[in-house]
Design a protein around this ligand. Structure first.
Ligand code: SAH
Length: 457
């Protein structure tokens, strides 16, 4: 086993829980531990192999996946000397499923992230597990809309499941077969708190197309790895709403599971606002709607007076929104709009349009720390414009999924936007991601989602 010896002092962050070793932090690469008398020979690391990490004082820090072509030279996956075989992956998957169970997520009904990379001690590996029924089966068996999970369960039996996986580190990419075999075995055989195994997935799709793969020297790769996907899409239930997922076409792994609880809470807050003036239209603007996540929740749970404009620049996403809108029988309340949000907010401002609520859920403007300055301007601009569009007493729901932007900085940015707009804001609640995206202490990057709920005066 090769050894990576760090420069003096570079172990502190790692001891506190951060799993990465940057190339600039490594002092020497040595071959296997030498016999007592011999001097260790210098070695060269190969992409994807595993190596031990030690401090300058030779304190053992853990075992890591390495990639000499990346700025992140090593990603520690274990504090001990365990190998990366099928048994390892199975142990990790069991632990990950246990964590979701402990957090109260019922994976028999709820689609959730099953593996969240570094935060589940599996660097560079993401697995989302979608549970539901082929849409065509739902269409055939449940004539009345809106559909309910329990009705589907009664008529169609237990839901199926499909995995969407992303391999974002070289060392994971080359172990693809082991990973898939281990995941299938654990799901098929192991019982957790869920009264029996969750069951073998009907299909597994790889969606490894994230730009970070380039930094690892990997090409994008997408496609069905195992089984199949229903041709008409998968119908999953989220908070009692149905979403049609076409995993082959969807962004990222298919659906933004991390906002599941925020969508429901946003709907409650907006609904309470609408309930204050019954019979009067309460207009809400859902910016960056994708397939309608927030808009559908608000329309269903916010009451019939909520009227939403759901805007996104992607025609394909809006196609998904239209499908979901019809499946949930919410056509009357949601109007899709294909637009660039910067331009749209400016237009509404010029036309002096006013809204009772604005939701902002943009993509990560800053994908890395070096891009933060420009991103901050972008976040500030949309928040400033959204605040200006709000009626007094209106609700701003403002999110950022950029890990490079810390929560306190994000709050400050919104405070600055409020001051520039000459408005006062009350923070009702500051939320984060669902617990199937656990936060690894010491690895701040894993606590990435911010969702502020503000009342604007
Ligand atoms: N709110 C969604 C997830 C949003 S993901 C949900 O709850 O599921 C971010 C979305 O922003 C994507 O759908 C993407 O197409 C869209 N987008 C990115 N840049 C945009 C822009 N400049 N204008 C409008 N939409 C944009």
């Amino acid at each position: 086993m090769k050894r990576i010896i760090l420069k003096p002092g570079e172990e502190t962050r790692i001891i506190r829980g951060h799993p990465w070793v940057y190339a600039v932090e490594a002092d020497q690469i040595l071959s296997s531990p030498p016999p007592r008398t011999a001097t260790p020979a210098a070695a060269v690391l190969e992409a994807g192999e595993i190596a031990d990490v030690e401090s300058a004082q030779r304190t053992y820090l853990g075992r890591a996946l390495v990639n000499p072509h990346s700025r992140i030279l090593a990603r520690i996956y274990s504090p001990s000397k365990e190998g990366l075989d099928r048994g390892f992956f199975k142990r990790r998957f069991r632990e990950a499923l246990e964590r979701r169970f402990a957090a109260g997520i019922d994976l028999r009904q709820t689609s959730a992230r099953m593996v969240f990379a570094e935060a589940d001690f599996l660097p560079g590996l993401i697995i989302d597990r979608y549970t539901g029924w082929p849409l065509e089966d739902l269409e055939r068996s449940l004539p009345e809309r809106p559909w309910a999970f329990d009705a589907a369960l009664r008529v169609l039996g237990p839901p199926g499941s499909w995995l969407s996986i992303q391999l974002l580190a070289y060392g994971m990419d080359i172990r693809r077969e082991e990973i898939i075999a281990a995941a299938a075995e654990v799901l098929e055989r192991d019982a957790f708190g869920f009264a029996g195994p969750l069951g073998l997935p009907q299909g597994i799709i790889e969606k490894s197309s994230a730009p970070v793969r380039e930094l690892e020297g990997l090409r994008p790769r997408e496609g069905i790895i195992k089984g199949s996907l229903p041709p008409g899409g998968i119908g999953i239930f989220e908070n009692g709403l149905i979403f049609c997922l076409r995993l082959e076409e969807g962004q990222k792994t298919g659906h933004y599971l991390d906002q599941r609880e925020n969508r429901l809470q946003a709907a409650r807050v907006l609904g309470n606002l609408a309930a204050r003036s019954p019979g009067r239209e309460c207009r809400v603007l859902d910016c960056y709607t994708y397939t309608g996540g927030f808009a559908l929740h608000a329309a269903r749970y916010g009451g019939p007076d909520l009227r939403l404009i759901a805007a996104d620049s992607s025609a394909a996403a809006l196609e998904g929104l239209r499908r979901n809108r019809a499946l949930n029988a919410l056509e009357d309340q949601i109007s899709p709009m294909e637009a660039d949000i910067f331009g749209l907010l400016r237009d509404f401002e010029r036309k002096k349009e006013r809204f009772s609520g604005v939701i902002l859920d943009p993509p990560a403007f800053a994908k890395r720390r070096s891009a933060l300055e420009g991103a901050l301007r972008g976040y500030k601009e949309i928040n400033l414009r959204a605040i200006k569009l709000l009626l007094p007493g209106g609700i701003l729901i403002s999110c950022s999924c950029s890990h490079a932007l810390e929560a306190e900085r994000f709050k400050r940015l919104i405070a600055e936007a409020a001051a520039d707009a000459g408005r006062r804001l009350a923070l009702l609640e500051f939320r984060s991601q669902t617990p199937d995206h656990p936060v690894l202490i010491g690895y701040g990057e894993s606590c990435y989602l911010k969702c502020g709920v503000y009342r604007v005066y």
